[in-house]
Design a protein around this ligand. Sequence first.
Ligand code: C2E
Ligand code: CA
Ligand code: CA
Ligand code: CA
Length: 279
Amino acid sequence: IYTLSVTYYHQGQVSEKVLPATDMDFASQVETALDNQQFFMMYQPQVDFKTGKLKGVEALVRWRHPEKGIISPEKFIRVAELTGLIVPLGKWIMQTACAQAAQWKDHPVLGKIEVSVNVSALQLKSGTLVEEIMQILQDTGLAPERLVIELTESSFVQDDGENARLMHQLKEAGIKLAIDDFGTGYSCLSYLRDIPGDYLKVDRSFVMELPGHNKAEAVIQAIVSLGKSLDYRIIAEGVETQAQADFLKSIGCDIVQGFLYAKPLEADALPQWVSVAQP
Ligand code: C2E
Ligand code: CA
Ligand code: CA
Ligand code: CA
């Protein structure tokens, strides 16, 4: 049995972890996949509740595996993080999503929307993220105002201040920031004071329980009012039913994303979606 010892960052600290052989084999496949261009992006529409118009798309990575078919990011992001491959993979993701958004520039709707890109906390730790993003914006010609970086709460709790500083740099450049999966896992809220966020994304695990589940309703209501008082716009993710959408709209949620509106789509399918769903 082969094993691989990897150095990785966890909660702000450098740690060592021995990957079991199966993960190691998987890790080398992830590396090959990057070299062989087996990754591709899909884009899921986000709709503004008030206007009904497309507000943006979230870029979501997929792996077209030569034997196993399409593999979900849930299966490979963790290994990419453990091995550090998330840094080159994340750079490819940023490049591809920004290039795509820039390429839509002549489309009357897609030329104006925002593109949200998920960024792993480990990419922040790489130390070159801000420079990398600025370079990508320059190369692709995408306006910084059209880019939203999605980070989960784990990037901000137990932050020594360095991540908050990076967020302020991105903000000064005109880039927007979304806090992803809000309400899951961490209870520390003090970071909300220190970072210049634009969007709060309510996690699907809360939305799933809507409507009718009193506690889930109370949690979402609390998130919306907390977010609003801090000047965040609230995005609900994983909206699958009209009843969920109605409830979310009634409590003042700003933006929705979910299968009720659209599944993640290939870039080529978006103009068609716009012409049907947003005539
Ligand atoms: P996430 O950032 O919370 O992304 C939302 C996930 O919910 C996506 O899954 C999306 O397809 C799914 N989703 C959206 N609407 C619905 C719905 O109505 N019902 C249901 N059941 N699911 C819905 P996906 O694309 O499989 O991504 C899973 C996770 O993998 C993401 O969760 C994110 O944490 C990570 N991920 C995806 N793409 C990237 C990426 O480019 N970079 C990084 N670092 N992580 C990524
Ligand atoms: Ca996300
Ligand atoms: Ca999310
Ligand atoms: Ca989620």
